[in-house]
Design a protein around this ligand. Structure first.
Ligand code: SAH
Ligand code: SF4
Ligand code: F3S
Length: 489
């Protein structure tokens, strides 16, 4: 089997799929290499969510085609959402591609590659595993990072009118809770400290094995209620060594009382929620078929803020959805100001094949989209700057993930609420994978700089001497002044 390289585009689910894809290829005798120039097999794990993502991938295929002209034995694989979206169309428009493989077919990769290596024609395999869904599980648990993804569901039944994901990932299929818990137990035994549960509507979870009890506060007559809070509680109970439990992406509709209660009671859960709203205008929300109103979103957020006082919230926004007027956009800006989101991921609406919004026509022009995106960023950057600067001089519990990407002399990790924290001058200490107490000394644009507190430094040193603490410190709440979270309209 060949030397291979994997390039990943898109969301966390794709990142997780790429890790599993690498394991499948390594398991078949392949050798992972860092650059495509050293590889005999290149897999592009693609995203189809916006046209810009696809353009980037098409130009990458173009670059690889040039390489292939020099090295005809180079095998090109297009995997992921774009593969599922266009299927054989990929081979027609990009004839240098040898194999097109969908998100549910990763396990079949070695077999399909063997067929191609026998000299067969390009292959397309993009079937969903609807009858007997399988969920990719980490195989190599040794020498892992302190953080890991675990799939709880795949697909999406929501059908927001702008979105390709229901087409690229198929209908919702849920993973049995005992499988989810068993995988987390394995990861924790291999020193993983933080798990992020993945699913497109992750908080719509239902256990197909029917093994979860009812969570406290779970409504019996609310169609938005799910078994997600019960799953979180079962994980916390059955894997008590797990320090942090995150999840994405939740849908605001399923942020029920039971889920908020779980956040209040389980110290493993972050005091942070990524809660995509997409628009602040009811007219637009309706055309998007988001199934909630502006008032309902604000109501959910205010319930969270009331019960979890120092919680932070981030969101996704689409600007320039068909028919979005200036008045609609101002509603979005006012919502973003009203809920001081600490992160706003803003996107220009991109018409996608096969989506219902295509029929709405009436597109907002590119200049207006760019202008709205810019205005959205100004509001969100100001909110982020206020939030991060309010954290200077506070102490935060940081899970150390490894060397800082921006500065090799620093370590970096994440706070309980998910802020990126660079830790100055601690690379000589053996604290990767630990939760340490850090005093924040400076706020950057999108991250924080901190130093280990004196007591933490002493503890780390004693541990290095071999005489000190062997266990991780106990989680405590975020200290220091929290920024105001719910401004006025
Ligand atoms: N399942 C997740 C997110 C899926 S895609 C959720 O519902 O939250 C991630 C983000 O991409 C979406 O939240 C949305 O803001 C954006 N997005 C999806 N389709 C888009 C499109 N056609 N044009 C622009 N942005 C889009
Ligand atoms: Fe797309 Fe909506 Fe499903 Fe998210 S919930 S994946 S935006 S259809
Ligand atoms: Fe993109 Fe597919 Fe994720 S379309 S956002 S990679 S689910």
């Amino acid at each position: 089997m060949a030397r291979f390289a994997v390039t990943t585009f898109g969301c966390q689910m794709n990142k997780h799929d790429s890790e599993r894809l690498e394991e499948v290829l390594s398991g078949a005798g392949g050798e992972l290499v860092a650059s495509v120039d050293e590889a005999d097999l290149v897999v592009l794990n693609t995203c189809s969510v916006r046209d810009k993502a696809e353009q980037k991938i098409r130009s990458e295929v173009g670059r690889l085609s040039v390489l292939k002209r020099r090295r005809p034995e180079l095998v090109l694989v297009v995997a992921g959402c774009m593969a599922r979206q266009h299927g054989a169309g990929i081979i027609r428009t990009m004839p240098d591609v040898d194999l097109v493989i969908g998100p549910d077919n990763i396990a079949e990769l070695p077999e399909l590659l063997a067929e191609i290596q026998l000299g067969g024609p390009p292959l397309v395999r993009t079937e969903f595993d609807l009858e007997a869904p399988t969920f990719l599980t980490a195989l190599t648990v040794a020498s892992r990072k302190p953080t890991a993804f675990v799939t709880t569901m795949k697909g999406c039944d929501e059908r927001c009118t702008y979105c390709v994901v229901p087409q690229t990932r198929g209908p919702e299929r849920y993973r049995p809770s005992d499988e989810v818990i068993a995988e987390i137990q394995q990861l924790v035994a291999a020193h993983v400290r933080e798990v992020t549960l993945l699913g497109q509507t992750v908080n719509r979870y239902r256990d197909p094995a029917g093994k979860l009890g009812r969570a406290p506060d779970a409504a019996t007559d609310d169609p938005d209620e799910s078994e997600f809070a019960a799953l979180l509680r079962a994980i916390a109970e059955q894997v008590p060594q797990l320090r942090r439990l995150r999840y994405e992406s939740p849908h605001p509709r399923h942020l029920t009382k039971a889920l908020i209660s779980a956040h209040c009671e389980l110290p493993q859960l972050p005091r942070h929620l990524h809660l995509p709203v997409q628009s602040g205008s009811d007219r637009v929300l309706k055309r998007m078929i988001r199934r909630h109103t502006r008032a309902e979103y604000l109501e959910r957020v205010s319930q969270v803020c009331a019960r979890l006082p120092d919680v932070t919230i981030s969101t996704d926004i689409i600007v320039g959805f068909p028919g979005e007027t200036e008045a609609d956009f101002l509603q979005t800006l006012s919502l973003v100001e009203q809920v001081p989101h600490v992160g706003v991921f803003g996107f220009k609406y991109s018409p996608r094949p096969g989506t219902a919004a295509l029929r709405l026509g009436d597109e907002v022009d590119e200049t207006t989209k760019s202008d709205r995106l810019q205005r959205l960023f100004e509001v969100s950057e100001a909110s982020m700057a206020r939030h991060l600067s309010a954290l200077v001089a506070t102490q935060q519990q940081v899970l150390v993930e490894g060397p800082s990407k921006s500065r090799a002399e620093n370590l970096s990790g994440r706070s309980e609420r998910n802020e990126i924290v660079h830790i100055v001058g601690a690379t000589h200490l053996d604290i990767v994978g630990e939760v340490v107490e850090v005093e924040i000394v400076e706020a950057y644009k999108h991250s924080l700089l901190g130093k280990l507190t004196d007591s933490e430094r002493r503890r780390a040193r004693t541990k290095q001497d071999g005489s000190g603490r062997q266990h991780l410190p106990v989680v405590s709440g975020v200290k220091g002044a929290a920024p105001p979270l719910f401004g006025s309209d």
